[in-house]
Design a protein around this ligand. Structure first.
Ligand SMILES: O=C(O)CCC(=O)C(=O)O
Length: 290
């Protein structure tokens, strides 16, 4: 990251809607992240919705049933600390401003044969009030086209429109709805192939997707975290509350001052395993509406 100065970061991000930081995470950290994911999946870090139904399976077997672990930072000090990784925070402050908070973490596992996620915009799911949402996607394994790397439509964040979404029946993707009605063609999309340890930061309005992992074996893991300006309120439900609150306060400050510190921090986000497809929603039990 220090390889780019702040102006370049801002210019590229404003133009394309994403920037890449190469070779940020050392191999030992990537290995620790994988060990941590295994511990979480087998309940060694505390309660995770979805693990009961998969009790008795090995960590790798559990990870073969799920797309991702949501909010792992809530129970893993190691993954919590990585939210504030210094190169990431430097890039975030260059793009978002001096005061930055994180509201979500996800550890994607995407085993061989498992689906990706259809075209979508992250701000459709996590609505900031100032359009400052930014995803930080850390490649834990080499992420290539054949194992389901991210794809983006460069510049698609610029209109600042959240396109409509609808259910789809494309078996390459999980049950999450797809965006449609946008004025871009398939040949404007580009794959974001990354070596393990590299990172892509992308705008919450950027159209992106990931394809299925077509390999015979192995995982395509990524640690994906969402951040925003600390000045903005966050009318969100955290993916598990029945209704959105005016300002979701289960956040982690990673830079600067929190102008709403007087509200305190709440314990709202619940770590859970996101099922591989809608037929496995039952592993989560009542109260989840994914
Ligand atoms: O990593 C993936 O396969 C999908 C990630 C994604 O689309 C997202 O984080 O919004």
């Amino acid at each position: 990251m220090s390889r780019l100065d702040n102006d370049t970061i801002q210019q590229k991000y404003e133009r394309d809607g994403f920037i890449i930081l190469e070779n940020v995470m050392p191999e030992h950290t990537l290995n620790e992240m994988c060990d941590e994911a295994r511990s979480i999946c087998t309940g060694k870090r505390g309660d995770v919705a979805g693990t009961d139904a998969l009790a008795g399976l090995t960590a790798d077997e559990v990870m073969n049933h799920v797309i991702s672990i949501h909010f792992p930072h809530k129970i893993s000090p190691m993954l919590h600390k990585l939210l504030s990784e210094k190169h990431v925070v430097e890039a975030l402050t260059a793009i978002v401003g001096p005061n930055v908070k994180c509201m979500q973490s996800m550890f994607f596992v995407k085993h061989a044969g498992r689906p990706g996620q259809a075209w979508h915009q992250d701000e459709s799911f996590i609505p900031t009030r100032d359009r400052s949402m930014i995803g930080v996607w850390i490649a834990v394994d080499n992420a290539m086209v054949d194992n389901g790397c991210l794809w983006v439509i460069p510049g698609s964040h610029r209109p600042g429109i959240l396109w409509q979404t609808r259910p789809h029946s494309d078996a390459r993707f999980d049950h999450t709805e797809e965006s449609f009605g946008y004025p871009y063609s398939a040949d404007e999309a580009i794959p974001v192939e990354l070596e393990a340890g590299s990172i892509v930061l992308f705008n919450g309005y950027l159209l992106h997707r990931s394809l299925n992992n077509t390999r015979e074996q192995g995982f395509r893991r990524s640690y994906v975290n969402h951040y925003m300006s600390a000045e903005s309120l966050l009318p969100w439900n955290g993916g598990c509350l029945e209704h959105a609150v005016d300002d979701y306060r289960d956040v982690v400050m990673v830079a600067g001052e929190d102008p709403y510190a007087f509200k305190g921090i709440e314990d709202l986000s619940v770590p859970y395993l996101r099922p591989e497809d809608s037929t496995e929603k039952t592993i989560l039990g009542e109260g989840f509406n994914l």
